[in-house]
Ligand binder design. Structure first.
Ligand SMILES: Cc1ncc(COP(=O)(O)O)c(C=O)c1O
Length: 403
């Protein structure tokens, strides 16, 4: 296999690669930021810096309009008709917390059941475990099958009259396996009272997400996993579900009228966004979406798929590597028998390889699956065949360190 010209051209948009000799295969943790997003951040602070929604001077009005245009752009990108369906957060973790707390406060009653997949990232898992404790809910885990996907038959059987929420992820961050969320949502939507929450953090960069088609009640992710900056998350939702959420913070611009005893809250999305938002990160994300629409993403995804198959095929030939195989889009995990993941991480880091090792913030799942930490290698279309070859050769060299 050869690195495609398209991939090389795409890579040129990521300045990190001009200054680094690291073989970066930790894209599931965070992707590199693209030049257009960096330019947008610079441009904002150099020429446009002013607040939004508060002041009425020219720069502030310009920024408010631009900020709301960015919101509309994100809505359209994800198949939503109304920009009120896009809530800015600090990241996926904050979005998961806002959704869970809101549903607990305004939708769930003591004894109600929440179905949570066994394979969730701690952002989803820990949040729901805590909410279940605090609000006396019953947490029921949806098992996974031999393909490392949620078991749809089990899901159907687990739903009861008490089930009010189903919380799942679109792609597992621990194994990289794509989950059958379309079918899971169809099953759930046979019951009108069930709200479906999808963690899309590992999916948005690789799969098309059309919220109108998908019909999830909530879908969230972080912008830094999609070639943009840190500090921005996106919470998407259907209007009737978003109105169930409570303000996560109190403060400025989330209110309409305040006196010494009463508060009239603002409408969606503003009452969920108290305080000055991360305006630069919103500009950056908008620039990222523009950039992505200017490249051939379908061809890049095809290249990434080929690179993924190439990587897995080579890893499978290494006798001491046990691959957690499945329908994976950009990440795969494996165990090396006879070598602790912490030692593997140290050795690979010395070889200038960046991957993630350990439990991937999905400790219950990874423990159940592998009984130890794993090595997760995650790619993006800017990765080259040479990097994959170097990575596989480096893994082969670990043989001398096996117990
Ligand atoms: C599936 C999944 N959910 C949630 C998160 C949390 O994202 P953040 O740390 O940006 O809030 C991550 C990050 O690794 C993730 O992979």
């Amino acid at each position: 296999m050869q690195t495609s010209q398209l991939a090389l051209d795409f890579r040129r948009n990521f300045p990190y690669f001009n200054n680094s000799d690291v073989c970066y295969l930790d894209n599931a943790a965070t992707t590199h930021i693209c030049q257009p997003a960096l330019n947008a951040i610079n441009h904002y602070y150099q020429f446009e810096h002013a607040t939004v929604h508060r002041s009425n001077h020219t720069s502030a009005t310009h920024n408010t309009n631009k900020f709301e245009q960015c919101r509309m752009q994100v809505a359209q990108h994800f198949g939503l008709a109304d920009k009120k369906q896009v809530i800015w957060t600090k990241g996926a973790t904050e979005a998961a917390n806002i959704i869970a707390k809101g549903l607990c406060q305004n939708y769930l009653d003591e004894g109600d059941e929440v179905l949570l997949s066994e394979a969730e990232h701690h952002a989803h898992h820990v949040t729901w475990v805590e909410m279940a404790k605090q609000y006396k809910l019953k947490l029921v885990f949806i098992p996974y099958n031999e393909n490392l996907q949620i078991d749809l038959v089990a899901l159907q059987n687990l739903i009861s009259a008490k089930t009010k929420v189903i919380a799942i992820s679109h792609v597992s961050n621990a194994t990289g396996v794509i989950q059958p969320i379309e079918q899971a949502i169809k099953i759930s939507k046979q019951f009108q009272h069930i709200k479906v929450v999808v963690d899309g953090s590992q999916a948005v960069n690789h799969l098309t997400v059309d919220m109108a088609e998908l019909n999830a009640d909530f879908y969230f992710f972080s912008a830094h996993k999609m070639y943009s900056g840190t500090g921005l998350g996106v919470l998407l939702g259907q209007l009737n579900s978003l109105t169930l959420l409570s303000a996560p913070l109190y403060g400025g611009e989330m209110v309409r009228k305040v006196d010494y005893s009463n508060i009239e809250y603002n409408q969606l999305p503003f009452y969920l966004e108290a305080g000055t938002p991360n305006i630069a990160a919103v500009h950056a994300f908008s620039a990222t979406l523009n950039f992505l629409s200017s490249v051939d993403t379908a061809a890049l995804h095809q290249y990434q798929h080929q690179l993924m198959c190439y990587l897995k095929a080579q890893l499978q030939t290494i006798p001491f590597v046990q691959l957690l195989n499945g329908d994976q889009v950009s990440a795969t995990s494996f165990v090396i028998s006879g070598l602790h993941t912490a030692d593997a991480a140290e050795l690979l880091s010395q070889m200038k390889i960046a991957i993630r090792t350990g439990f991937h913030c999905a400790m219950p799942f990874v423990t159940k699956l592998a009984n130890q930490g794993t090595l997760r290698v995650s790619i993006a279309p800017y990765n080259t065949v040479e990097e994959i070859d170097y990575f596989v050769q480096s893994i082969q060299k670990l043989e001398t360190f096996l117990d």
